[in-house]
Design a protein around this ligand. Structure first.
Ligand code: ZN
Length: 186
């Protein structure tokens, strides 16, 4: 674990690597700004999914799909430290407990605000829902565009990567999956 001072020195070092002399006014406080921004960008490390999904309510017999779609998120690609962002669609079918809907958005943020790849975010959200809500099914679909591909490498501006994780009824029953897709499209 590095200290804040070491992190500041590391950013200064990178600035010098990029520009040589990094003493001009615009760069003077850049290390502080970059390191301060980490508290927000990487806030997901301090959060615990079991706590987040612990406050549940009686579903009162509701046994249909609960879907929160178009959850915008921003994350950081662990391979290039470039941002990637997009939308997540998160769904589950409750057995007898439902969770506050904002918790689904928080769960997406928690996994996004770490060094990540899109596949892992998708899988981890589905696994957390399965573990902590014990639903009949859980599904996560993420569509994102990756900075590391837009600004460098193959330079594709409009390519969208889609990943999905299907658990329980969404994995086993094509009807449940078809209904989910319909709800996401509508
Ligand atoms: Zn990347």
């Amino acid at each position: 674990m590095s200290t804040r001072e070491e992190a500041l020195a590391a950013v200064s070092c990178l600035l010098k690597y990029i520009e040589g002399d990094a003493t001009r006014e615009g760069l003077e406080r850049t290390p502080e700004r970059v390191v301060d921004s980490f508290a927000e960008i990487y806030a997901g490390y301090d959060q615990d999914p079991s706590e987040m999904l612990s406050a549940t309510f009686n579903s009162e017999g509701y046994d249909g799909i609960v879907l929160l779609k178009d959850i915008e998120f921003h994350s950081t690609c662990e391979h290039h430290l470039q941002p990637f962002s997009g939308r997540a669609h998160v769904a589950y079918i409750p057995v007898d407990r439902i969770v506050g809907i904002s918790k689904l958005a928080r769960l997406v943020d928690m996994h996004a605000q770490r060094l990540q790849n899109q596949e892992r975010i998708t899988k981890n959200i589905a696994d957390d829902l399965t573990t902590h809500l014990n639903p009949l099914g859980a599904a996560v679909i993420i569509e994102a565009s990756h900075g590391c591909m837009r600004c460098r490498g193959v330079r594709k501006q409009n390519a969208i990567m889609t990943t999905s994780a299907m658990r329980g009824a969404f994995f086993e029953k094509s009807e449940a999956r078809a209904e989910l897709m319909q709800l996401i499209k509508s």
